[in-house]
Design a protein around this ligand. Structure first.
Ligand SMILES: [Zn+2]
Length: 321
């Protein structure tokens, strides 16, 4: 169970360590801090928007995607991976229902991602809380008695006012949830629609570029997230990687796993990762656009993010048009 209050000593410690790290970096902050990165960082993979993330190719089913996804996870001996469910997608759809059964039967777990994926920035706390509660019957039904009391905020938006933020957190704690925070997010789902377009046109060059740019972007953004941690906390922490169970991320998972292993990553469960005490600290900041946990601390302490090569948004929008 996370703690709500951020004690004064914790604020001072995090702040001073973060500032010390930033000051040591000075003008060449990026290069300096990169040297501190661990040889063997830790990560828990998590998948959002089950059981219907992104679009489908013609003739493809949700069961196909879930089957390929669990096969790849099992190849890497990963069990108990959390998938965060929006139960609206289960309504009257035997394909999505069976896809979720495939996920559970393979030894994976599910958590709450709200019923219909509202933005907490756009709805009030009561509406948002009702939407969380509405997801619970499906979690009961499909969870095979495994613990589903983990919550992932849609869009990583935790409330654009402190009142909303605190109201939702209070409800979550009262109902036995832990927040499935995120430290690493490379926008994997932004490749989903371009891939469907390229497949529709059988555009091999376009698909090749999508594959190459997906891994390059993952590598860059994952390093960026780790450096952000170093700035925010003075050291890296065990990570939670946000992925989506889209057709393209499932296709790319072997390459992604290979890249993560080359970067030295070791894999742990979500609950093992979030035993780190930093996950128990609430930065207590209201951000309209939300974001991963390290970013929240950077904003709180007025620390600058490291430089990065941004996601190729324009190329993604233009490819295979
Ligand atoms: Zn989502």
């Amino acid at each position: 169970m996370w703690r709500f209050g951020l004690t004064c000593w914790a604020v001072l410690l995090l702040c001073s360590v973060g500032f010390a790290s930033a000051i040591q970096g000075g003008a060449s902050q990026h290069a300096s801090i990169t040297r501190h990165l661990k040889r063997h960082p830790v990560v828990a993979l998590t998948f959002d928007d089950l059981p219907a993330a992104g679009g489908l190719r013609s003739g493809e089913t949700r069961v196909d995607i879930a089957t390929r996804l669990v096969r790849e996870l099992k190849t890497h001996h990963l069990k108990g991976v959390y998938g965060f469910v929006t139960a609206v997608d289960l309504q009257g759809d035997p394909d999505t229902q069976q896809a979720l059964r495939v996920w559970m039967k393979a030894g994976m777990k599910i958590g709450n991602h709200t019923w219909s994926h509202p933005s907490l920035t756009e709805v009030d706390a009561d509406e948002f809380i009702n939407n969380i509660a509405l997801d619970e019957p499906a979690l009961h039904e499909y969870s095979a008695r495994k613990d589903w009391h983990w919550f992932r905020y849609p869009y990583l938006q935790e409330g654009n006012t402190l009142d909303k933020r605190n109201a939702v957190r209070f409800w979550l704690e009262a109902h036995g949830y832990r927040i499935a925070q995120v430290t690493l997010d490379f926008g994997d789902d932004d490749w989903g629609d371009p891939y469907l377009r390229c497949m529709g046109k059988q555009d091999e060059a376009g698909i090749a570029w999508l594959r190459q740019s997906y891994i390059a972007n993952a590598k860059e953004l994952i390093r960026f997230g780790r450096v952000e941690e170093d700035i925010a906390f003075g050291h890296e922490i065990p990570n939670v990687l946000l992925l989506h169970a889209t057709d393209f991320t499932v296709l790319m998972l072997p390459d992604l796993m290979q890249m993560l292993r080359r970067e030295g990553f070791r894999f742990k469960s979500l609950s093992a990762v979030e035993r780190n005490s930093i996950y128990g600290v609430d930065p207590g900041i209201a951000l309209a656009d939300g974001g991963p946990l390290p970013k929240q601390f950077l904003v709180l302490h007025h620390l600058e993010s490291p430089q990065l090569t941004p996601e190729p948004v324009r190329q993604l929008d233009a490819v295979c048009r």
